[in-house]
Design a protein around this ligand. Structure first.
Ligand code: UD1
Length: 349
């Protein structure tokens, strides 16, 4: 009998590719569509090196309804979708909001419109802790209020959540899980897949590893005058493999029909907050590499502090982040060094 196939949109991206690996490990057959707008086709080799599987892949843009439809026609065994394909840079979204609304909203609408036609009942969506804005109370639970978005990127995540809530309300036979990621970091321990930012990284960890590799001169720490113990911002940094494993559990839950409601929301974090300066120190300790940095002004749009209450995910999904920060930072450094070896380390920008 053919195995259950799971469609991974954005499967060559950072979190998508790690989820593909964990799905193979769990006995599923993930298949990928991606338009490679922010990823590299070489990721498929990395997936093969780790799992031994050649993954089915097609270059499809989820905004293209007809291509999506043709692809689904060819794969009637798809039982669930994990929808990662989206644009994710906060700063780029401020400069080019229409790109973000079009990419992130139209892609989701197309998938939702096609699901009933192909009898696909389950979808897991990549949401973000950005929907909470600066929470009044920490840690944030899934019931914490949604705050006005501070960027078009954040707006798209909120809008997609609303679309999925309305869709689930109208289609009781469809199961939706919204996963609100905190800050994903690290790479697969094999060093075969990891984060591959285009140009100058916006996110902290790739900037740190590129600085450690000598590609960037120094890290700019955005602000040391926040109301936090050392003055720098606090986030909940979660290992990307832990995050990927949560997707396997979530997909399994809806496929097996173990969900309690037809739309469920889970925070995916570690439950602890760390400051930027704590990450810098931990990175130096984990890798033995000195990290040049300077304190600069605050980055517009940054919130001061956020970390997750993960008790609902721990209890309901039976999932918990288990990787240590030290191993996670080492995995990110290991991946960066492999990129330099493979000549893929970005030097543009
Ligand atoms: C943001 C979004 C998050 C989104 C992610 C994807 C918000 C509140 N968060 O996360 O939802 O999923 O982008 O890109 O919208 N930092 C430095 N120097 C740097 C880079 C970062 O000091 O060169 C600091 C930032 O000020 C921040 C922390 O590191 O305090 C993490 O930043 P980053 O990795 O960009 O993620 P977020 O902004 O938290």
């Amino acid at each position: 009998m053919a195995k259950d196939k799971i469609l991974i949109t954005g499967g060559t991206g950072y979190i998508g590719s790690h989820t593909v690996v964990e799905l193979f490990n769990a006995g599923y057959e993930p298949i990928i569509i991606d338009n490679l707008s922010n990823s590299n086709i070489g990721v498929l080799d990395g997936i093969k090196a780790i799992t031994g599987h050649t993954v089915i892949y097609e270059n499809i843009d989820c905004k293209d309804y007809n291509s999506l439809e043709r692809f689904l026609e060819k794969h009637p065994e798809i039982v669930a979708i994990a929808h990662f394909a989206a644009s994710k840079s906060v700063s780029e979204s401020v400069e080019n909001p229409l790109l973000y609304y079009r990419n992130n909203i139209v892609s989701l609408l197309n998938l939702l419109q096609l699901m009933p036609k192909f009898n696909i009942k389950n979808i897991v969506f990549s949401s973000s802790c950005t929907v909470y804005g600066q929470p009044d109370k920490l840690p944030v639970t899934e019931e914490s209020p949604i705050k006005p978005a501070t960027s078009p990127y954040g707006s798209t995540k909120q809008m997609c959540e609303t679309i999925l809530q309305d869709y689930a309300f109208a289609n009781k036979d469809i199961n939706v899980i919204l996963l609100r990621y905190f800050n994903p970091i690290g790479a697969h321990p094999s060093g075969e897949i990891g984060e591959l930012p285009n140009g100058v990284p916006n996110n902290l960890l790739p900037y740190i590893t590129q600085t450690a590799a000598g590609i960037r001169k120094e890290l700019s720490v955005f602000g040391n005058d926040y109301n936090t113990p050392d003055g720098s911002c606090i986030r909940d940094y979660i290992n990307v493999v832990d995050l990927a494993k949560a997707h396997v559990v979530a997909l399994n839950r809806v496929i097996e029909g173990n969900n309690k409601k037809n739309i469920e929301i889970f925070n995916l974090g570690t439950g602890s907050g760390l400051s930027v300066l704590e990450i810098v120190t931990a990175f130096e300790k984990a890798t033995g590499v000195k990290l040049p940095y300077k304190i600069v002004g605050r980055r517009p749009g940054d919130i001061e502090k956020v970390w997750a209450d993960t008790s609902y995910a721990n209890k309901e999904l039976g999932w918990k982040a288990t990787e240590t920060l030290e191993d996670t930072l080492r995995s990110a450094w290991n991946w960066q060094q492999k990129l330099v070896e493979k000549n893929l380390a970005t030097t543009n920008g």
